[in-house]
Design a protein around this ligand. Structure first.
Ligand code: F0G
Length: 355
């Protein structure tokens, strides 16, 4: 059987695992790289979407979590903990089930999407809603992991970054080389750090030769109400409808700046309005349903194109990080109510404009 085996088996020689590491996997990774026709036309470029919502728990976090949970298991951990805006906790909860571990989750009260809360609950994690924001949750998770026998699986855990870098490998494997530009949403800044590490590793000559001839420019976008890297200082009360990236003091801040600077890239902001416009465009015109935070990458690309920063003819990949089903409120809000009809073909045809 030659199906996709998950990122650890597919990229074992590039990950810090050994033959004795217990591989805890849900066969994550191997996600679609979808050509984006409308975005390509709008920018005059060749734009692709890396659809990370196609991972087993619906976000890119699974790539990092298979590594973090496998290594925690190898180290003998019986319990894991994370702070989360929802996706990390959904992923940790699922992988902890696979590993036979207890999972504790700290989320900002009232600020995570319902689908993500449902995932943490149905996978049987122990959830605490914290009277604070994500940054407070992370501080609490860190101190609990220092004082008690529980392994921290946030992206400050290097295993997470190792797993998430495999998305860059897949993109180069599919395209034959690195793109000119790679665009990502930025929250806690782990993912931009991981992608940059992956691209650099593939462009470095190793035992198998370099698999990419170059690295892309890294473009990261924060939500305007939660844009500490753009502001140059922590945001005490971050706000945005894109709750996944509602973060005021990213743990991997310095690494994100390093990715930006080494790659000749940029980190900028997009407004909630721009995020929602990109969210609707992706669903209505590309057929790809993502959660609002995921649309920050595409919103950023469109903003940059309007500013004249996107030279035509380039190859661009936008990561869309999470599945739209996690947070469907924004799909339903403002949409017209479906019309009710009797069981009658003529009436239905008339309502559908077919008659
Ligand atoms: N997109 C989605 C859907 C996310 O859930 C996150 C982060 C990001 C983008 C940003 O990635 O933090 O690596 O810069 N979610 C974390 C969580 C914080 O707890 O699920 P980042």
């Amino acid at each position: 059987w030659h199906g996709w085996r998950g990122i650890i088996e597919e990229y074992r020689d590039r990950l810090p695992v050994s033959e004795t590491t217990p591989v805890v996997t849900l066969r994550e990774g191997g996600t679609p790289l979808v050509p984006a026709q409308v975005l390509s036309e709008r920018t005059g470029c060749e734009v692709h979407l890396k659809v990370e919502g196609a991972n087993p728990t619906g976000s890119f976090k699974d790539r990092g979590m298979t590594m973090a949970i496998s290594m925690a298991k190898e180290a003998g951990a019986q319990a894991v903990i994370c702070a989360s805006t929802g996706n990390t906790s959904a992923s940790a909860a699922a992988y902890a089930v696979r590993a036979g571990m207890v999972c504790a989750v700290l989320v900002p009260q009232g600020k995570i999407a319902l689908g993500k809360m449902g995932q943490a609950l149905v996978h049987g994690s122990k959830i605490l809603q914290v009277d604070g924001n994500f940054d407070d949750c992370l501080e609490l998770a860190r101190s609990l992991s220092e004082k008690y026998p529980v392994a921290l699986v946030n992206s400050v855990n290097p295993a997470r970054i190792e797993g998430q870098k495999t998305a860059s490998f897949e993109i180069v494997d599919m395209l034959g080389d690195a793109p000119d530009i790679h665009v990502l949403p930025v929250g806690n800044a782990g993912n931009i750090t991981a992608y940059w590490k992956g691209y650099k590793e593939y462009a470095t000559d190793g035992p198998f030769g370099a698999l990419a001839s170059r690295t892309p420019r890294m473009w990261g976008f924060q939500a305007s109400g939660s844009a500490p890297i753009v502001r140059g200082e922590p945001v005490r009360n971050p706000s945005t409808i894109a709750t996944a990236i509602r973060i005021g003091n990213p743990a991997s801040w310095a690494f994100a700046e390093q990715a930006r600077d080494e790659s000749g890239g940029l980190i900028d902001e997009v407004t909630d309005r721009q995020i929602l416009a990109a969210y609707r465009l992706l669903a209505a015109q590309e057929g790809v349903f993502v959660e609002p935070a995921s649309a920050a990458s595409v919103a950023g690309l469109l903003k940059a194109a309007e500013q004249g920063l996107v030279d035509p003819g380039q190859r661009i990949v936008c990561t869309v990080t999470g599945n739209g089903l996690k947070d469907p409120d924004w799909a339903v809000a403002g949409a017209p109510q479906p019309v009710t009809v009797p069981v009658d073909a003529d009436a239905a045809a008339e309502r559908l404009g077919l008659a």
